[in-house]
Design a protein around this ligand. Sequence first.
Ligand code: F6R
Length: 590
Amino acid sequence: MCGIFAYHGHRKNAPELVVEGLKLLEYRGYDSWGIAYKTEKDIEILKRVGKISDFDTKKEKLPEASLAIGHTRWATHGGVNQKNAHPHFTEEKDIVLIHNGIFENYLEIKKYLEKQGHKFKSETDTEVIAHLVEEHMKTHTFEDAIKLATKEIVGRYALVIINKESEKTIGVRKGSPLIVGVGNKEFFIASDIPAFLNYTNKVNYLDDDQMVIIEGNKIKFINTTNNDEIKKRLVEINWKPESAEKGKYPHFMIKEIMEQKETLAKAIEQDPKNIEELAKAIKKAYGTYIVGCGTAGKVGMVGEYLFSKISKKHINFSFGSEFPNYQDFLTEKTLLIAISQSGETADTLEAIEVAKEKGVTIASIVNVESSTMARISDIVIPIKAGPEKAVASTKATTAQLAILTLLAYACDGGVQEGKKLLIDTVSQINDMLNPRYEDYIMKLAKKIKDVESMYIIGRGMNYPIALESAIKLQEVSYIHAEGFAGGELKHGPIALITKGTPVIALVANDDTKSDIISNATEIKSRGGYIIGVSPENHDVFDYWISVPDTGNSSPIVNIIPVQILAYQLAVLRENNPDMPRNLAKSVTVK
Ligand code: F6R
């Protein structure tokens, strides 16, 4: 949510470099963008409403500079317009900054600053920080003024700040990611690694309450709570820049859907010690909760079914935002398993904070291994899906499902059985994901592309997959889609079915099969158009999408054709599937 990128070094094309780097972070926010760069005497600012990918640095030449900061925005405070776009600055542009996160007590501080004579141009919380630093600079140095300001700020933030007087670039974080890329006498500060991966793969991670100060060729890290200097380890990242690019595909979403052939295999190639350690913790725990949000939440719900069916274990699921309501049940014997692609989702992080206060053991199943979530967990299972750039999660989803399946088997002493099932699933997905399969789903997409509503039903472990299918369809096709437990339809929602309403029935070859077919039949009798996602065809289906019969990994194979359908509907309806309206990739605000 909001992308930050700054360059401080010897290259003369910092403004262009920052714009191009921000394009690689566009999935974090795309309603407006802006950069600031240092000239000999001043700081110049350029802001635009719209997508940064529409800005062509070949057509619109940017001036030379060796220090630039930039931001691509997902609006929280204040509408989408040029004034509210970052960077924000003080009246004389003495202090200029970019911010990701939310500054909760900004109105209070704004009122105080207005009394001191500060004038504000935007409706944002960010602009207030610039003025707060300026206020402290009446009596303190730039660096100390930032430290003082961060002590007064309540909320989550990653900030990068420059000022007219000094040659310093300062970054500070609390709750939102900020990573420093270290090159040869040059530095990059970004919310995510892909922004600078073309220049360096050596990074320093900033933790909460830490500040990075770059001046000339020098870099230092400070703990803002006690002012101590910190020695940081330089970490080498082994991602290839291409893994964060579209390659031959028109969109990241379809690239990532197709990558599931490889990512699933990587997810199950886990260090067995990781799986055993978490399985042991689950067996030992007195109460285990899985938390996650959105798609990761739906994966967590599948987990409830997997553990119950495979290892006869009762696991509770809660959305991250709802988890604080369960805090009275937490003890030091509780285990919390957080599921997340980004590892930065504010609601999931808050659930972890609530649990930590009660002494709960924290495990995370996470894609971004350098994320806050991974760094604050006692046990980490990396899902190894590689960078996921499309806003709609696809390959991270199936990788998380694979890990949960493996864990459920491991809790029953059957890790090898689970692995065998998943290896077999991967090979069947390899056969399934071919151009003919896509063409076949495209025929359906063309048929239903103009419908107003569609529904998805599933039972057992495919019920959460029906919910996840609805998310996929909603977020990229903008068709009204809702998922239901097959048995629930007749208790109300069946009233929504009229002639031709498309309903996807997710069928698994298990003990839920005959009931879900009955539910599909009930819908068909009311005029519904039944799309069966199933290993076998059935008379009730008007359109059959074949999936392999993979037993307990049916959630993995059943979601893939829906991902493809959602993508194709988005393209047919001329939506950008990689950047759905109103959304951003990682939701770092509550
Ligand atoms: C939907 C989607 C979101 C995320 C949710 C949690 O396709 O991607 O619903 O699943 O915002 O994000 P992470 O997994 O990063 O915690």
